[in-house]
Structures are given as structure tokens and as C-alpha cells.
Design a protein around this ligand. Structure first.
Ligand SMILES: Cc1cc2nc3c(=O)[nH]c(=O)nc-3n(C[C@H](O)[C@H](O)[C@H](O)COP(=O)(O)OP(=O)(O)OC[C@H]3O[C@@H](n4cnc5c(N)ncnc54)[C@H](O)[C@@H]3O)c2cc1C
Length: 343
């Protein structure tokens, strides 16, 4: 969804986004993100057995194409995927229904793409566990406060929360959609823009009727995930709206996707609906690491894939600040891709 009136920053975002749709640029951006996805997965593997129990995990990801036309439109992306993820499989409708027996038979399905290595997990639970581990290592969290400004005095940076200032050795700015404004105040312009996205979470009423893996309805761009005894539908996008309201059409779309594919899994009319802002860059990959300002680092622009890239991005930032050599190349993942000097 696009707003009726575009502000100049949004014009710039849309123009850059359109230019990034060109096939070769799209390929480059996909490769950059894939590098980070793969790295994040390997970091999660290291965290999982030692300290983290990511329960409610599902393995495998199925992208559903309702019509032959949807499938044809995805052609270029699918051939690119063949280069990036050799394990993926293109399935006809029967094979997809074998993998996901609860898919409603009456909903038209032209084919599906199966990604066996992709996985989903409970992100809030992971974050809470991580917080406890960090606290046990001496990290202090200050919740419920807003950073009003970051100021620079020579090579020293300070954080301001209300009347209180905190002198810092280093700052990692990871304030989601607010990050663009805070960077701009420091003279750093990024084409970061909030994209509003919607979700519905419903209690499962029949465990026999739920999906086994995670799925996306590629026609409506809505993902379907089971998380324990809940089923979550998420997707659709609205540009340039910061309001916390959810338009009827977004609710209807989420309910339709749920009812079309897994009608007996839950009563979607009773779902809990919510929305949030995804800080999104027009070319796709996030921005990680150094900025033109000494001791100021960023971890921003994860768009719709923050969970998928978080572990790797966090480790990269930690390595960069600690002056360790990052374990993967940073090419295309830093502010240098917008022509900025990153030290
Ligand atoms: C409906 C929906 C569904 C999604 N589903 C998925 C999914 O299935 N898989 C996936 O990988 N990703 C998903 N995402 C995307 C994912 O949520 C984001 O990519 C991720 O949250 C980005 O993390 P972040 O920490 O960069 O930003 P955020 O999560 O936006 O966090 C930024 C934080 O900074 C705080 N902040 C902002 N300004 C200030 C300030 N001045 N002072 C102090 N604090 C401040 C905010 O309060 C917030 O807590 C979804 C997003 C939405 C909205």
C-alpha cells in the first residue's frame, strides 16, 4: 500500500527501490543477504546447545503459488535461488500437499517451493533468554526510557536520556525505524524507511489441522507459522505510515489467507491483530558496523528479516567493535555502499 501523498524522503526511497529491482542488482543484494542468513544460522547453531533453548522450532519452509502466473512471475527469483541454495526443491501441488497434509484441498495451488534448511523459532523467547544471559554477565538494561539524542564532543560520544547524560566508549545504534532520524541529527543520511507490517496470532483449536512447517502465500505475501499452540499469520506492507492502527483490509487479508489454507486450525476472527514498523532499506541488506563517526556503530535496516539475520549481525558488530576480524566479508553490508567512509 502506498500513501496518497509522497514526502521527498519516500520519493527517494521508492526511486532507489525501483532501481534495485533490476535483475543484476537484485542478484547482488540477494547474495549479500544470503551470506548473512547462512552466517546467522551457524551462529545460532553455536548458541543453541550451550545456552539457548529455542523451543517451538519448525524445520523447512514452503512457498505457495496459487496460480501458474504467480509461479511464472517468480521464475527469475527461483533461478537465482538455485545458485544460492542448492537444497531447494520445486514441487507440484500434489507433492506440496504430501508435505503439508493439512493444506485445504479446495484452495487452488499451482506449485510450491520447498526450502528444507529454513527454520522458524520463537523470537520473543529467544530474546528473553538472551537478556537473562547478558544480565548474568553484568549487562545492565534500562527499559522504558527514550534516548533523546546522541552528541559528539571530539572523539567522545554521549547518550542523553531525559536530563541524564551517559559518557560512552562506543554506541551501537539499533533503534529500528527511529535510527534514520537519530543518524540524520549527526549528519549521516541513510535511505532507511519504516514499512508497516501486520500480524494475527490465533489459538490453535485442532492440532491435526495445523501446518507442520512454515509457509508463505506468495500471492498475498503472507507467512503462516505455527508457534506451539498458536498460529501466526504475518505480512502485507504499508509504506510511510507510523500509526499503530490496522486497516480493515489488512485484517481481512490475514483472515482470508488463514481460512484459505488452514481453515480448521483456528478461528481467525478471534485472532489477536497487531502491527509494527520494519526499518527497511531500498536495496535490501541491513547496515552493520562502523559509521563516519568514530565509536558510533550501526545495526539497522533488517526489514522483514530481522530474526533471520540477527545472530550473525550481532556477532559481526561485536567483532568489529572489539577489533577482531569478522568471520564473513562485510562487502555490501556497511555504510560504504552509500559512499560513506567507515574507518
Ligand atoms: C508484523 C511483523 C512480522 C514480522 N515477522 C518477521 C519474521 O517472521 N521473521 C523475521 O525475521 N522478521 C520478522 N519481522 C521483522 C523483524 O521484526 C525486524 O526485522 C526486527 O524487529 C528488526 O530488529 P531491530 O532490533 O533492528 O529493530 P526493532 O525491532 O524495531 O527494535 C528497535 C528498538 O529500538 C527502540 N527505540 C527506538 N527509538 C528509541 C529511542 N530513541 N530510545 C530508546 N529506544 C528506542 C524501539 O522501542 C525498539 O524496541 C516482522 C516484523 C513485523 C512488524
Amino acid at each position: 500500500m502506498l500513501p496518497r501523498k509522497l514526502d521527498p524522503a519516500l520519493w527517494r526511497w521508492v526511486r532507489l527501490w525501483l532501481s534495485e529491482c533490476e535483475l543484476e542488482k537484485f542478484r547482488t543484494n540477494m547474495q549479500r543477504m544470503q551470506r548473512l542468513y547462512d552466517y546467522s544460522r551457524s551462529i545460532l547453531r553455536q548458541l543453541e546447545p550451550q545456552v539457548l533453548q529455542i523451543d517451538e522450532k519448525t524445520q523447512g519452509y514452503l512457498q505457495l503459488f496459487r496460480t501458474a502466473q504467480d509461479l511464472a512471475l517468480a521464475g527469475p527469483a527461483l533461478s537465482m535461488l538455485a545458485e544460492l541454495d542448492g537444497a531447494h526443491r520445486l514441487l507440484d501441488a500434489d507433492a506440496a500437499r504430501l508435505l503439508e497434509p493439512a493444506l485445504a484441498p479446495q484452495t487452488a495451488l499451482a506449485g510450491a517451493l520447498y526450502l528444507p534448511h529454513a527454520e522458524t523459532a520463537n523470537c520473543p523467547l529467544f530474546t528473553k533468554q538472551l537478556k537473562h544471559i547478558a544480565m548474568s554477565m553484568g549487562v545492565e538494561f534500562i527499559f522504558g526510557n527514550s534516548v533523546s539524542a546522541i552528541t559528539q564532543n571530539g572523539s567522545k560520544l554521549a547518550l542523553h536520556i531525559g536530563e541524564t547524560s551517559f559518557a560512552t566508549d562506543a554506541i551501537v545504534l539499533a533503534a529500528g525505524a527511529e535510527s534514520a532520524r537519530m543518524l540524520k541529527e549527526l549528519g549521516i543520511n541513510t535511505p532507511l524507511f519504516p514499512v508497516k507490517s501486520y500480524a494475527a496470532t490465533a489459538i490453535v483449536k485442532d492440532m491435526e489441522a495445523v501446518p507442520l512447517a512454515a509457509l508463505t502465500d506468495e500471492t498475498y505475501r503472507v507467512s503462516i507459522t505455527r508457534m506451539g499452540n498458536r498460529i501466526r499469520l504475518a505480512g502485507t506492507a504499508e509504506l510511510a505510515s507510523r500509526s499503530a492502527t490496522m486497516p480493515d483490509i489488512a485484517q481481512r487479508t490475514l483472515r482470508k489467507v488463514g481460512n484459505d489454507w488452514f481453515p480448521h486450525a483456528a478461528n481467525y476472527n478471534h485472532a489477536h491483530f497487531w502491527c509494527g514498523l520494519q526499518a527497511t532499506l531500498p536495496d535490501g541488506p541491513p547496515l552493520i558496523g562502523a559509521t563516519p563517526i568514530k565509536n558510533l556503530f550501526v545495526n539497522i535496516g533488517h526489514g522483514a528479516n530481522g530474526w533471520a539475520m540477527a545472530a550473525g549481525a550481532g556477532k559481526l558488530v561485536a567483532d568489529i567493535i572489539s577489533e577482531r576480524t569478522p568471520e564473513i566479508g562485510l562487502d555490501g553490508l556497511t555504510l560504504a555502499r552509500y559512499g560513506m567512509h567507515t574507518g
